[in-house]
Ligand binder design. Structure first.
Ligand code: NDP
Length: 392
């Protein structure tokens, strides 16, 4: 039985806490900490076992260190924002406690995410003899594990990967984002990028799109974007010729986003407003619905997975490996929508594998570097069953 410290009490933090609470034999004690303690208390009140709550500003490693020591944590699950990744990793090094997150570091004043900042911690985690597991949500996370599983079970060589993220749900609001609005809008408005024949190719934001018929959902328009798992998968899949990431958006969503961009509301540089400096995107976040508040009215499904093509025993082969998740079912189970659910469940599973010593190592790792089998088994058990379809 271990003590887990969960940092971040948003949509994803709520799911991780609910799911960890259901496994008292693994997570003997749980502490949920965030910048706004009332959010932790609200989540804890919905769970039928004691959850300790705490206030922490995770931008400040010393605050995290003193909380880790006071609680006696065996593992930190970081589901706050990407801005806090490095300060929490510093606290892990100081206390000798392993680390897990679901999104790679991003500097607040530059809309650019990349693994370099966290990979640069490899040597220090190795020297300290502890493990950091990066990107253990759904995408990144399960999509990387789908690739590792395909490599292990279905292919001798993987040549083409298309990661496809479809949310066909409806929350009934005119415009809202399914995870933190600031991080989400920064990600979507940046230039597109994919990897082909050994080099990165850039595209205008959301300029390349096509229709795909998603199982259990139907045809949806999906847009090529850059996403962080491409960076690690390019390094970790041998023989790869091309990898791309696609996400579906409704026309209504794109129209709203276009207007917000055109009027300057997605800017991340400070502007002077009545004598105060404000960042327009941060202000926009403050007036948009919280991702954790969307679940109650959400209906419809997500389908996230990978279309993978390569060679097995000298023959070409293509598979589609995916999970379908239902927003309303997630809400019934853990009071959250499917995007928070599909992120929080893998984080909990990754934590169980680390604490059990099934996924073990010293240094900083991406999920596809480990044996995918135990993770894939647990996805079926804990609410994210997957399907493999051979495509002729
Ligand atoms: P939310 O905005 O709902 O929650 C973020 C939480 O982090 C809030 O409780 C917030 O507190 C807290 N927080 C922010 N800054 C600090 C700080 N300095 N110290 C302590 N706590 C802080 O976001 P989500 O739950 O939707 O997303 C959480 C994470 O999951 C993000 O990093 C996101 O990128 C990642 N994600 C990953 C996915 C994947 O598949 N890999 C998919 C979806 C999300 P406060 O309320 O006070 O602001």
């Amino acid at each position: 039985m271990s003590k887990v410290l969960i940092i971040g009490a948003g949509g994803v933090g709520g799911v991780v806490t609910h799911k960890c609470a259901k496994l008292p034999e693994v997570f003997g004690e749980i502490c949920l900490a965030s910048r706004t303690p009332e959010k932790c208390e609200k989540i804890a009140a919905r769970i039928d076992r004691p959850i300790r709550t705490a206030r922490v500003n995770a931008d400040n490693p010393e605050e995290v260190v003193s909380l880790v020591r006071d609680f006696g944590a065996d593992l930190i699950i970081n589901v706050a924002l990407p801005y806090q990744d490095l300060s929490i990793m510093e606290a892990c090094l100081e206390t000798g406690v392993p680390y897990l997150d679901t999104a790679n570091y991003e500097p607040p004043d530059e809309a650019r995410f990349c693994y370099k900042w966290q990979w640069d911690y490899r040597e220090r985690f190795r020297e300290k003899g502890i493990m950091a597991l990066l990107g253990c949500g759904f995408d990144p996370g399960v999509t990387n594990i789908f690739c590792a599983y395909a490599m292990k079970r279905y292919f001798d060589e993987i040549h083409y990967v298309d990661i496809m993220d479809c949310n066909a749900g409806s929350h009934g609001r005119a415009f809202a984002t399914n995870f933190n609005p600031e991080i989400n809008i920064r990600e979507i408005t940046q230039r597109g990028k994919f990897w082909e024949n050994g080099e990165w190719k850039e595209t205008e934001p959301l300029s390349i799109h096509k229709t795909f018929d998603f199982p259990e959902i139907g045809p949806r328009e999906m847009y090529l974007m850059y996403h962080e798992e491409l960076e690690s998968l390019v390094k970790n899949i041998n023989g790869l010729k091309r990898i791309r990431f696609w996400m579906t958006f409704s026309e209504e969503y794109l129209t709203h986003l276009g207007v917000l961009q055109n009027v300057g509301m997605t800017r991340i540089d400070p502007v002077n407003f009545e004598g105060h400096e404000i960042v327009p995107l941060k202000f926009l976040k403050a007036v948009l619905p919280e991702p954790s508040s969307l679940g109650e009215t959400y209906t419809g499904k997500t389908n996230i997975g990978c279309m993978i093509e390569g060679v097995k025993d000298g023959r070409r082969r293509r598979i589609h490996i995916y999970n379908v998740c239902d927003h309303a079912e997630c809400y019934r189970e853990v009071k959250a929508q499917a995007i928070s659910y599909t992120t929080g469940v893998p984080a909990m599973i990754g934590a169980t594998l680390m604490l059990a010593g099934v996924w073990t190592g010293e240094g900083v790792f991406n999920v596809e570097e480990f044996d995918p089998d135990p993770f894939m088994e647990k996805l079926n058990i804990y609410g994210l069953p997957w399907v493999v379809k051979e495509i002729e």
